[in-house]
Design a protein around this ligand. Structure first.
Ligand SMILES: C[S@@+](CC[C@H](N)C(=O)[O-])C[C@H]1O[C@@H](n2cnc3c(N)ncnc32)[C@H](O)[C@@H]1O
Length: 321
């Protein structure tokens, strides 16, 4: 397949596979992986197996969107910058723009997309601009690599309130959640807001949660993208899902049943027979974990709303003074 990753990204992937035995999840959304994500998101809307989080998140946003913009409007802002981080197809931003177009018809609206994948950026920006009357730019950036104040600074205008959003439970896939929160906080100004959506741990649903990961063929397709791009095949090994209680995360592994050679960054990486490679890590939070993480990263919490069955949370925060 053609080079969809930069040489630097290939070196990072090689390091992760060789030294950490992990396939970095953030690189699954490139090229064929982008198509797989769109397919997964589409299927998730129509199947009970995995529809959970997207629908729950959208319901929560729809319920809370007026409260969120009341907070921003309290500063006297008449126009709004939505800064969407990790955009997918842009659909989590729909309830936000639907609300703004209906209840603030005179407001100027900007949709600013930030993502590591060029394919995701293009799709989200196109979908949002085709559906709503909004302006805005998109920015290729890895939010795990540092703060993006150079981008955020360009977006600031006197009459615009800024809402950063990191939705779709992607936060639970970050390698260093504390550092990611710090990177976002450093990119914010004092009266900006940040909306975070995460899955909560629900003991009663543990079995169902693991079944969903196993049964959603589309999810496996997606998380195998990086290995497949560099030459591995699913038939070369076994896929297993488990819940790691200590880390409070769902983990999925690929275990090769023979040695596999991958060509990455101009060299060969050997995956050994029976040596597990982690394809998925997805943290399921407790409210206490969230409060501690956010507080340690320098935020104050303005609102924490949970879904009816306590399996999803939406949190609105600001940098702590
Ligand atoms: C699971 S999808 C979620 C998409 C969307 N927020 C939703 O809820 O439908 C994850 C998105 O985050 C992006 N992403 C993952 N890691 C990232 C990183 N470190 N920096 C920037 N974007 C990242 C992916 O490219 C993808 O668009």
């Amino acid at each position: 397949m053609a080079g969809i990753y930069s040489p630097e990204q290939e070196r990072e992937i090689a390091y992760f596979l060789e030294k950490l035995h992990k396939s970095p999840m953030k690189y699954n959304y490139f090229g064929m992986g982008a198509k797989r994500w769109f397919h997964y998101a589409e299927t998730a809307k129509s199947q009970t197996a995995s529809k959970g989080i997207h629908i729950l998140e959208r319901i929560l946003i729809t319920q809370k969107v007026a409260t969120i913009f009341d907070s921003l409007s309290a500063y006297g802002y008449r126009n709004f910058n939505i800064i969407d981080i990790g955009v997918g197809d842009g659909s989590p931003a729909y309830p936000v723009f639907r609300y703004l177009q209906y209840s603030k018809p005179r407001a100027k609206l900007r949709y600013n997309a930030i993502d590591i994948s060029p394919d995701m950026l293009k799709s989200a920006s196109r979908n949002i601009k085709e559906t709503f009357k909004v302006y805005g730019e998109h920015y290729l950036f890895d939010i795990e690599s540092g703060d993006f104040s150079h981008i955020a600074r360009k977006l600031r205008q006197p009459s615009y309130g800024n809402l950063f959003m990191f939705l779709g439970s992607t936060f639970g896939n970050m390698l260093d959640m504390h550092q990611t929160l710090v990177n976002i906080r450093k990119s914010m100004a004092q009266d900006d807001y940040f909306l975070l959506g995460v899955e909560l741990f629900n003991q009663k649903e543990e079995g169902k949660m693991l079944r969903d990961y196993y049964m959603a063929r589309e999810a496996y397709d997606l998380v195998f993208t990086v290995l497949e791009h560099f030459g591995a095949r699913r038939t070369d090994g076994e896929y297993r899902v488990s819940f790691n209680e200590r880390a409070s995360q769902v983990e999925a592994y690929f275990t090769p049943d023979k040695a596999i050679k991958l060509e990455i960054a101009g060299g060969d990486i050997a995956l050994k027979k029976k040596e597990k490679i982690m394809l998925v890590w997805s943290v399921k939070f407790t409210p206490k974990m969230l409060v501690t993480l956010l507080s340690d990263a320098g935020y104050r919490i303005e609102m924490l709303a949970t879904s009816y069955e306590n399996n999803y949370a939406l949190i609105l925060v600001q940098p702590r003074v």
